[in-house]
Ligand binder design. Structure first.
Ligand code: GTP
Ligand code: MG
Length: 210
């Protein structure tokens, strides 16, 4: 490792509520900002908790828009991190979305092209609902990222919604399954945005990459 592990206090300072600012919403590939700084993205099925986790990361509940309606985030939302030295990107979910089919197809296409073509994308955090584990469309996404050699890390979300015993089982299953995936980071993170659990580990991972 290049630099020593940061203390919780250092991480809290790094991810204070004002440390990220919304810069740009991208609906088409031609609108992407220059790939001139490191970036990480939060991806996963619709409603898995991407926007919530981003808010928890910064302890800022108004940063990214959270919704009960699957498919709420309909563009790539770029946030400045660390005085604009890096980007963090909140993206539309895949899978079921409560939006017109044509629109869904449009933003799914943008998402795929973004993930496969973005040279400065250091890591995609692939969120998986801890209640459901890895689903068919998650697997499809993982295989696509493996093939394109895009580094990703699995993050279990909504851990507060299941018992500790069930969580342990899902975690073990997930860890076993990612062994076959070349581009997956070996460590699976467990989080709850609701209870602000596991956020420190996620902060450490983001800080190390960016
Ligand atoms: N209990 C619990 N609920 C959560 C958690 N994270 C998110 N939620 C809820 O899950 C729903 C979806 O959260 P979002 O953060 O909007 O999910 P998303 O992945 O950004 O959704 P899209 O942008 O539509 O793809 C909201 O009702 C959140 O309040 C969590 O850790 N625990
Ligand atoms: Mg969202």
């Amino acid at each position: 490792m290049d630099h020593p592990a940061r203390t919780p206090e250092e991480l809290a300072r790094l991810f204070h509520a004002g440390a990220a600012q919304f810069v740009l919403g991208v609906a088409g590939l031609e609108q992407l900002p220059a790939a001139d700084r490191p970036e990480c993205a939060f991806i996963g099925r619709s409603n898995v908790g991407k926007s919530s986790l981003l808010n928890a990361l910064f302890g800022n509940s108004t940063l990214a828009r959270v919704s009960n309606t699957p498919g709420r985030t309909q563009q790539l939302n770029f946030f400045n991190f660390q005085d604009g030295t890096a980007y963090i990107v909140d993206v539309p979910g895949y899978g079921y979305a409560k939006a017109p089919e044509r629109e869904v197809r449009q933003w799914q296409g943008v998402l795929k092209n973004y993930l496969l073509g973005r040279v400065n994308l250091r890591r995609a955090f692939l969120l998986i609902d801890a209640r459901h584990g890895i689903k068919a469309n998650d697997l499809e996404m993982m295989e696509m990222l493996d093939t394109a050699a895009v580094a990703y890390q699995i993050v279990l979300t909504k851990a507060d919604k299941i018992s500790a015993a069930t969580l342990e089982k899902v975690l073990a299953e997930t860890q076993a399954r990612i062994k076959k995936h070349a581009a997956a980071a070996p460590e699976v993170l467990v989080t709850s945005s609701e209870k602000s659990a596991g956020i420190e580990n996620l902060r450490a991972a983001v800080a190390q990459i960016l």
